[in-house]
Design a protein around this ligand. Structure first.
Ligand code: FES
Length: 108
């Protein structure tokens, strides 16, 4: 499987998550304050909430509903109530294109 283009890098504002879908899987895309782009599963593991509606804080994305912050690097929640990780996907940047291969999960 090859990577899928999900958006242009220029569409991604720093610390403003963007919800994209690849093969029906919702993904939260985040360009952090170091200009690094991360892709994690968009659905909070505590409830059916879109993490891309939450807040970026350093290299975490916080669910607005009950405050669990998920690491953008490992997908692990750093605090309760969520305790299951979300998947983390490998991101490729090709010029101004942001690509994700949902078959490649990143492990830290
Ligand atoms: S739904 Fe995300 S922390 Fe509860």
């Amino acid at each position: 499987m090859s990577a899928t283009r999900v958006c242009a890098l220029s569409e991604l504002a720093q610390d403003e998550p963007l919800r994209v879908e690849v093969d029906g899987k919702p993904i939260a895309l985040v360009r952090d304050s170091n200009d690094e782009v991360h892709a994690i599963g968009d659905t909070c593991t505590h409830g059916d909430i879109s993490l891309s509606e939450g807040f970026v804080e350093g290299d975490t994305l916080e669910c607005w509903a009950h405050g669990s912050a998920f690491s953008l690097r490992t997908g692990k929640p750093l605090n309760l109530p969520a305790y299951e990780p979300v998947p983390v996907y490998a991101v490729q940047i090709d010029g101004d294109d942001v690509l994700i291969d949902i078959n490649v999960k990143k492990e830290d």
